[in-house]
Ligand binder design. Structure first.
Ligand code: NAD
Ligand code: LMR
Length: 382
């Protein structure tokens, strides 16, 4: 049931460069929903990440095959497959980052909110397990890694270190508040450690903006950031903050802050905004009943998890957009640029200067986002 593979050498110069240092700390990443459309390619990308020491792949079925397959790749991390609820605790124990792409995807004609009835229950169950198992690392692991897993709070009480939770399951605008409520009930809520993954909106905004504005898109270079410093060597990559939430008009790309600057008309900005907001639907319709974005989402999820790991490891200036507990607007959760650090969220960054068009978009999105947040909170407390 547990599949383990440990490789210590690589014939690839590029890979060796990434994990040769003895100083890379032990990091466990758990993927819940690992046998799914997102889960499989995401697990693959996490296996390629030299910051990962142990990769736990959990699903209700089919994980042994996925884990066996991925475990043959000669990169640093050990791979373990866990199948069925009885093995969920083991998958979670000692995890530094838990990524959740578990749940059903949309079909044409559906909104993300139409997934609520099924996915809310799935997320609730998984978060109850996270609250139960993640802070309760085994005594062996605790003794081995006492500095990593134990911290002393302001009252001098010893607390167990919680995982960073990366929520991918839709509707993110509601599943993140559900997770927060479940953790609150269990007494384990730490707002610095809960993230709604909105990276795919940023990835899309970057791609569409670079295409329309004829500025270089980072593309493959973003992937190579795992292994090399090519991105910093080549200089600027396209960047577009995306704020708000992750559904329709709640997705608000801030093209006025995009870099490098491109000379785009108001009509072009409006069209780019709409395309970014409808990016998920574009894929759902193209897949014609066979699900929603999986490959681009796996890429986006891997970028965000990599940022979390870099922050945990003490890298400086790690900034990504994410849907987190926030005070930058009157809404309790909001996506914006977030600085990541050793404890998760180090700082929720402000919105910066907005164009009139973006200010209008911000006001329009608030009622919908507020109601999705309330729906999640109500579900978790009923
Ligand atoms: P999928 O159906 O291909 O895979 C989902 C997996 O979750 C399946 O393997 C299933 O067995 C598993 N699963 C179901 N219940 C589970 C449970 N209780 N515990 C563990 N695993 C469980 O779907 P997908 O295409 O991978 O999409 C997954 C979710 O991600 C959907 O809700 C989708 O809407 C969402 N999504 C979010 C974004 C985003 O930007 N945040 C992007 C794309 C998709
Ligand atoms: C996406 O943005 O691709 C995801 O949220 C999946 C979907 O249903 O659109």
């Amino acid at each position: 049931r547990s599949i383990k593979s440990l490789t210590t050498s690589s014939s690839s110069h590029i890979l060796r460069r990434g994990y040769a240092s003895e100083a890379v700390p032990y990091r466990k990443v758990a993927v819940l929903g690992a046998a799914g459309g997102i889960g499989q390619p995401l697990a693959l990308l996490m296996k390629l990440n030299p910051l990962v020491s142990s990769l736990a792949l959990y699903d209700i079925a089919n994980t042994p095959g996925v884990a066996a397959d991925i475990s043959h790749i000669n990169t640093r991390s050990e791979v373990y497959g866990y199948s069925g609820e009885a093995e969920l605790g083991k998958a979670l124990e000692g995890a530094d980052v838990v990524i959740i792409p578990a749940g059903v995807p949309r079909k044409p004609g559906m909104t993300r909110d139409d997934l609520f009835n099924i996915n809310a229950g799935i997320v609730k169950g998984l978060c109850e397990a996270i609250a139960k198992h993640c802070p309760h690392v085994s005594m062996e692991l605790l003794l081995e890694q006492v500095c990593l897993y134990v911290r002393v709070n302001l009252d001098g009480l010893v607390e167990l270190y919680l995982a960073l939770v990366n929520m991918i399951s839709n509707p993110v605008n509601s599943t993140v508040p559900i997770a927060a409520e479940i953790f609150k009930k269990a007494g384990t809520y730490d707002p610095k450690r809960l993230f709604g993954v909105t990276t795919l909106d940023v990835v899309r905004a970057k791609t569409f903006y670079a295409g329309k504005g004829k500025v270089p898109v980072a593309g493959m270079l973003d992937m190579w950031i795992y292994y090399t410093d090519l991105v910093s060597f080549f200089g600027s990559e396209v960047n577009v903050p995306v704020v708000g939430g992750h559904a329709g008009i709640t997705i608000l790309p801030l093209f006025s802050q995009a870099t490098p600057k491109a000379n785009l008309s108001d009509a072009e900005i409006t069209a780019l905004t709409k395309r970014t907001q409808d990016g998920g639907t574009e894929v759902v319709e193209a897949k014609a009943g066979k699900g929603s974005a999986t490959l681009s989402m796996a890429y986006a999820g891997a970028v965000f998890a990599d940022a979390c790991l870099k922050g945990l490891n003490g890298a400086s200036d790690v900034v990504e957009c994410s849907f987190v507990q926030s005070t930058i607007t009157e809404l309790p959760f909001f996506a914006s640029k977030v600085r990541l650090g050793k404890n998760g969220v180090e700082e929720v960054l402000g919105l910066g200067p907005l164009s009139d068009y973006e200010k209008e978009g911000l006001e329009k999105l608030k009622p919908e986002l507020q109601s999705s947040i309330e729906k999640g909170i109500k579900f978790a407390n009923q």
